[in-house]
Ligand binder design. Structure first.
Ligand SMILES: *Cc1c(COP(=O)(O)O)cnc(C)c1O
Length: 387
């Protein structure tokens, strides 16, 4: 109980006084949101065509330093389409961290593929590439240049690193593991827009990467996502597939594949352009908030604020308090005390292998993911809180 009260006190002393403080709220003040959205309404370009989609895609590619960005309706379908374009077929296995939001696993399953869960590491909270390499060495077999799970007989086609809470995982070592086992890397960068690994933006390291602009992410389009890639052929295929696979023509409706209607509406893209103009400001504020949290919790025993891994610049999308080992029993009391005090906090997501639809999926030993999931508390992280 004492720890829970210490946490409530530290948060209250630091945060602006309020009856309720949300975990993460979008911010639409002081920018062009109203102007751009009004322009859509005034001109009638609200839906599947309009200049804001192109502009948003160009701005995203420029910001993230990739060749191409394709805007779609959400981050889940962005990941599904990216995996499909990376060659994932029904019956393949795809390695993902056990500690992730359920969308990562769902995107794999929507393709008829099977998520295969990997452990994470304390240093980054992300997938542990060295543990993965040791595991693959034990359980896989290379055949015809492809990696197979010896127990299930299924091909292991891809790995999806996820930069949890905005903190980049160890992409360099993972890249080596991918080369060694012929795995395609597709990054789930839904939480890491504005985060850099060794000076390069996340989401551009894999063959493809994906973003989300859901209402709780660092910028929002109401709902939305994007596919990132440096490969023009894949980018063209992504655009084609997500826009009903229609062949360009002045009037004819001819489609050459079973396409999807996943295009981001112009109305949402307009909001996205205005939000993207403010992204650097949001990141600055979130980084300042993280530093203040670090100071505020420096004197509180039993917990620590997670700080960005070496060689990384994190967007600090959600700040993370981690209880010391041995204090797992304090997690529920801490969540109860903070939420009772009007301070919205949340635990880590339930680990994927504990969800009913994923409990029989293949997985490695998950000691670190299990330990972290019992000790993580996300605390209020809206950029507005930095003052
Ligand atoms: C938000 C999120 C997604 C995608 O979410 P959508 O709500 O479909 O946009 C995917 N993966 C992770 C890790 C996320 O946090």
């Amino acid at each position: 109980m004492a720890l829970a009260q210490d946490i409530v006190r530290a948060l209250k002393e630091m945060l602006p006084p309020a009856e309720f403080t949300a975990l993460h709220e979008p911010s639409f003040v002081g920018g062009s949101e109203w102007d751009y959205v009004k322009e859509c309404l005034d001109t009638g370009w609200v839906s599947s065509a309009g200049k804001f989609v192109d502009r948003f895609e160009e701005m995203l590619a420029h910001f993230t330093g990739v060749e191409r960005a394709i805007a779609v309706v959400n981050g889940t379908v962005a990941l599904s389409v990216a995996l499909h374009l990376a060659g994932v077929e029904p019956g393949d296995e795809v390695i993902i961290p056990a500690l992730t939001f359920v969308a990562t696993a769902n995107a794999v399953s929507h393709l008829g593929a099977v998520p295969h869960f990997a452990d994470c590491e304390e240093r980054t909270l992300g997938l542990d590439p060295e543990a993965l390499a040791g595991y693959l060495d034990r359980i896989s077999q290379m055949k015809g240049g492809e990696c197979f799970n010896r127990a299930s007989g299924r091909r292991i086609r891809a790995v999806v690193p996820m930069h949890i809470y905005g903190h980049p995982m160890d992409l360099k070592v993972l890249d080596q593991v991918c080369s060694q086992y012929s795995l395609v890397m597709v990054e789930d960068a839904a939480e890491s827009l504005g985060s850099y690994y060794k000076g390069r933006h996340t989401g551009g390291f894999g063959l493809l990467g994906t973003l989300s602009f859901n209402g709780n992410k660092i910028i929002t389009t109401g709902g939305g996502g994007a596919i990132l890639t440096n490969n023009h052929e894949l980018a063209d295929a992504a655009k084609h597939l997500t826009t009903t696979a229609k062949l360009p023509h002045r009037w004819a409706f001819v489609h050459d594949q079973v396409g999807y209607n996943y295009r981001l509406p112009n109305l949402n893209a307009a909001l996205g352009c205005a939000q993207l103009e403010k992204l650097n400001g949001f990141v600055e504020k979130k980084r300042a908030l993280a530093r203040r949290y670090e100071e505020a919790f420096a004197g509180v025993g039993g917990v620590s604020i997670f700080t960005e891994p070496a060689d990384c610049r994190s967007n600090y999308w959600l700040n993370v308090l981690i209880l010391d080992q041995g204090l797992e029993s304090q997690l529920e009391p801490c969540l109860a005390a903070t939420n009772d005090a009007g301070l919205m906090t949340r635990p880590a997501w339930e680990l994927m292998h504990r969800l009913p639809m994923y409990e029989s999926c293949p997985r490695m030993e998950l000691p670190i993911a299990e330990s972290l999931a019992a000790r993580i508390i996300n605390i209020p992280s809206s950029p507005q809180l930095a003052g």
